[in-house]
Design a protein around this ligand. Sequence first.
Ligand code: DC
Length: 225
Amino acid sequence: MRPRLWIAIDGPAGSGKSTVARMLARRLGLLHVDTGAMYRALTLKALREGVDLQDEEALVELARRTHITLTPACSGGGVRVFLEGEDVTEAVRSPEVSRSVSLVARVPGVRELMVRWQREMAAQWGGVVMEGRDVGTVILPDAQLKVFLTASPEERARRRQQDLLAQGYRVDLERLVQEISERDRLDRSRPVAPLVPAPDAWVIDSSGLTAEEVVEMITARVLGG
Ligand code: DC
């Protein structure tokens, strides 16, 4: 078997996972796998097809006939997400998808399929920085390094507001704090793969830190063995 380095980055929405995972992957020459983008792509498809998001069976059936792929982007950009061959990288970040994705991600049958695809990706790609909610606990329990990134809800809402603004969406901060707290509550309390740090995860509170500082800390640990 070829040597591989698996790094798991888990944490709640707006904790800085995506930025840190992207930068870290580039820094260490690994591939970046954004598992949240896969749940978002399936949610986008469900919304487009008008699937009832409360209907678990319909969501599993939808997942079974859905083809989602991630490709590492060239020229320094992030990973791109494809839904049946269509590039939906920007579309999966819409507020509508963000509001609905927890309903899709809580379905056990959907998660089973996603975890299978995510493990296949890690095995095929070799060295990966995989980010999500359950990477260290469920997808890659034997990852060499597990990081659980967190930050206060207010800080996370501010970051999300900036991201959305950059994409042309103007969203009220108060509303974002509420949405983030509600999404956390759903993600933490779901019976399957709840959002909790793995027992052997390194918990980093990024509230007072820049993404560069977090990447520096993680790189030092990886290179230092
Ligand atoms: O990281 P994100 O905001 O793109 O994640 C979108 C949603 O998917 C969020 O509600 C949590 C869920 N998710 C999950 O349940 N498991 C993962 N491995 C990744 C994301």
